[in-house]
Write a protein that binds this ligand. Structure first.
Ligand code: SF4
Length: 126
């Protein structure tokens, strides 16, 4: 699967982090408070948002309202293939194409440090 966002004129880079209700066993080694503050202070991006469940109605409503065509969204969350299915409706509701505007990062089975490094890498690639 090609997860590279196709090159478009993105005026902003945003991080939408899904914390899986802070309860997913696969994310038990991530300290989301520490991770988000390190991202905020150390990585180049325009803004960041944490949501507990982007793939359910509340999250989809947020995506429908928030997403814009000229922003590249990096989404630290569950595995990339799973995100592709689970976040699709939110992107569709917003009328924003995943192919052009989305860069997933799996933080499943990562700890705070490895999640940070993978998010950093994703931001460098886009
Ligand atoms: S999108 Fe993935 S990480 Fe977020 S709540 Fe759904 S399953 Fe969990």
């Amino acid at each position: 699967m090609n997860n590279e966002a196709k090159s478009t004129q993105h005026v902003k880079k945003a991080i939408l982090m899904c914390t899986c209700s802070f309860a997913c066993p696969s994310m038990k080694d991530i300290n989301f408070g520490e991770l988000s503050e390190r991202i905020r202070l150390e990585l180049p991006h325009d803004y960041m948002l944490l949501h507990p469940r982007l793939c359910e109605e509340n999250g989809e409503n947020l995506l429908a309202d928030l997403l814009k065509d000229n922003v590249l969204y990096v989404t630290p969350a569950c595995k990339e293939e799973k995100q592709k299915k689970l976040l699709r409706d939110g992107f569709e509701k917003a009328g924003v194409k995943m192919d052009n505007n989305w860069k997933p990062v799996s933080i499943s089975f990562k700890n705070t440090e490895t999640a940070f490094n993978d998010i950093k890498k994703a931001l460098e690639e886009v």
